[in-house]
Design a protein around this ligand. Structure first.
Ligand code: NAG
Ligand code: NAG
Ligand code: NAG
Ligand code: NAG
Ligand code: NAG
Length: 551
């Protein structure tokens, strides 16, 4: 690019030399590490997370960038206003142009989509909210953590991803004001949780810090915040009305901690957060948390579209897959407000972005995932010259899930393994592609044993003929670091290896068959869609599907 410019525009020798000098200066500036980092990684660089692992984190983020088809050039770093102050005609091709402003739309199948501009700007916004500029000394950062008002989201009980889902939902409610959100600690409740969860933190330990202040939380000066995260309640107020969330009201309360508790997890809607107007309006202004009520709920002119054939009846009843409980019970400005499909689309988009933004497993889990990848890619290559390119995934949750499993509730037994296999076979036929290897994640040892038997060409068994027919000769893969090759939190292998298996699937599986009755299944679906929907051919069911209920 630069060379082209250089050759085309040069007129005189002097110009020539000036350009050359400029070019050299640019190259120099470019190659300085911090510059390079902030420009290349653009918005995906977490500026304030600078621990021993910062190097690793950056590396992983930039790898993730490349893997995820992000092609953020240096140009995208400067905030281009992208103002198009008229309604656009529905055209997915145009929406996806790099010159388009942030746009949200429902495609002909009713799948939510957003373009790169929307994703990038949302990510930047989340970074700004959750992080503090890291160019200052640690002491300055800690000073600021002590000074700032903070949101504390109460971690809820139940299973691992049930906690994650509740956190993501409640995080959305904090976007009415600029304060950083932290997640409280809450011990896992299974009887023998104490061994792994020795700090009684619950899910906190398994992810990278969700904010700059969380990252420094073990610093002695942050003791007051640490105490708050463990349940002390001085200098706090509980948010009990949706109005309490608004910036103007927040500012009047002179407290350090604003507490979001379990009674409001599914109650308060976040469809009118100020950033919506700053992101999707025709005439976008800078983000201002002091917007009036009337302004916040006025969405007359925003870039949200639907494929023209979707009827208004359809739109009025449209529900996003990632917020299956539907709309929130309490919305701004009050009971009379009717939530629109645009509102639901917007909150669905936010939720996908939260899942993506916060999905940063702890470095040790990512490292273990790399080892697992190394194990299987070497194995496949040495065995028959194959690679991980044609990898399918199965997630089969049984164990204590019976009560919540829709199939179990109806038939009083689990779905046959054949039904999960059918989920894979159907998609193989649709894609005209075979997944020669299948990575299995399950909490049931018998499932793992059966699958290996079904795939074994020398097996003499006769049960589940469908699964046997289609798995015959395929490579069944699993987490070799988990002693029983499956997970059962805190009883067999703990959450570490469970997350390694999950991360392996997230990074390598071209298709996962599981079930959204399970929180893990739902999370996989949300995360995979959020990571891949910029690809035009990806729909909500392209990458993660529910196993069918019959053969
Ligand atoms: C939308 O399409 C109509 C009819 O094809 C055209 O007249 C109009 O200029 C288009 N608007 C935009 C913003 O492209
Ligand atoms: C919404 O805002 C527009 C300007 O952006 C204004 O023309 C319109 O009257 C507002 N609608 C309501 C109901 O306030
Ligand atoms: C499926 O793919 C194979 C090659 O991988 C090709 O020969 C065949 O024509 C394809 N079938 C269809 C229906 O596209
Ligand atoms: C499915 O499972 C049930 C109960 O375990 C069994 O009776 C049935 O034969 C299985 N179906 C197939 C096709 O294997
Ligand atoms: C987009 O997705 C399709 C199918 O899911 C895949 O075949 C294709 O390689 C993807 N495109 C890119 C650029 O990754």
């Amino acid at each position: 690019m630069y060379r082209m410019n250089f050759i085309l525009t040069r007129k005189t020798r002097i110009n020539n030399i000036i350009y050359l000098l400029l070019f050299i200066v640019l190259i120099f500036v470019w190659s300085r590490p911090t510059f390079l980092r902030s420009l290349y990684n653009g918005y995906f660089y977490l500026p304030s997370i600078q621990s021993d692992q910062s190097h690793l984190l950056e590396k992983t983020l930039s790898i993730e960038l490349r893997n995820n088809e992000y092609r953020y050039s240096k140009k995208t770093v400067s905030q281009i206003p992208n103002v198009i102050s008229t309604k656009l005609n529905y055209s997915e091709a145009n929406f996806r142009l790099s010159s388009s402003p942030p746009i949200l739309w429902l495609d002909m199948y009713g799948d939510p989509h957003w373009n790169e501009a929307a994703e990038r700007e949302m990510y930047t916004y989340l970074l700004e909210k959750q992080t503090i500029d890291d160019s200052r000394s640690n002491d300055k950062i800690i000073d600021e953590c002590l000074e700032r008002p903070l949101f504390i989201i109460n971690q809820q009980g139940w299973g691992f991803f049930s906690r994650v889902h509740r956190f993501l939902e409640q995080f959305g409610q904090t976007l009415y004001s600029p304060w950083m959100a932290l997640l409280s600690n809450y011990r896992f409740s299974v009887s023998n949780a104490g061994r792994d969860d020795f700090l009684n933190e619950g899910i906190v330990r398994y992810f990278d810090p969700i904010s700059t202040c969380s990252k420094f939380i073990r610093h002695s000066r942050l003791e007051p915040i640490r105490k708050r995260l463990r349940g002390a309640n001085q200098n706090s107020m509980s948010v009990s009305k949706i109005d309490d969330l608004l910036y103007e009201n927040q500012r009047k309360m002179n407290v350090k901690f604003r507490l979001l508790d379990k009674s409001t997890v599914w109650a308060f809607g976040y469809e009118h957060i100020p950033h919506r107007r700053a992101l999707f309006d025709y005439n976008r202004g800078p983000l201002d948390y002091s917007y009036s009520f009337a302004y916040l709920i006025n969405h007359t002119y925003e870039h949200m579209y639907h494929e023209p054939s979707l009827s208004s009846v359809y739109l009025n009843t449209w529900k996003s897959r990632n917020r299956p409980w539907g709309k929130s019970a309490i919305n701004l400005p009050g009971k009379s407000y009717q939530v629109t499909w645009q509102d639901r689309l917007f909150s669905s988009f936010l939720y996908y972005m939260f899942a993506r933004f916060f999905h940063q497993p702890a470095p040790r889990i990512r490292q273990l995932t790399h080892l697992l990848v190394d194990h299987w890619s070497t194995y496949l290559n040495d065995k028959n010259g194959q690679s991980l390119d044609a990898l399918g995934g199965l997630f089969i949750r049984r164990g204590d899930k019976a009560r919540e499993d829709s199939f179990w509730r109806k038939h009083k037994r689990w779905r046959n393994i054949s039904m999960y296999v059918k989920g894979i076979v159907d998609e193989e036929q649709r894609r005209n592609q075979t997944f020669s290897s299948i990575f299995v994640m399950t909490d049931d040892v018998s499932v793992m044993k059966s699958l290996q038997d079904y795939a074994n060409p020398r097996s003499k068994g006769i049960d589940e003929p469908y699964a046997r027919q289609y798995l015959h000769g395929r490579q069944i893969m699993y987490n070799v670091f988990a002693p029983q090759a499956c997970f059962d939190p805190f009883i067999r292998i703990g959450f570490e290896q469970f997350l390694v298996s999950l991360e392996f699937l997230v990074q390598y599986a071209k298709l996962i068959v599981g079930h959204s009755d399970s929180n893990v299944g739902r999370y996989l679906e949300e995360l995979m869609y959020a990571r891949h929907q910029l690809n035009v051919s990806v729909r909500t069911h392209s990458l993660v599907r529910d196993a069918p209920n019959s053969l």
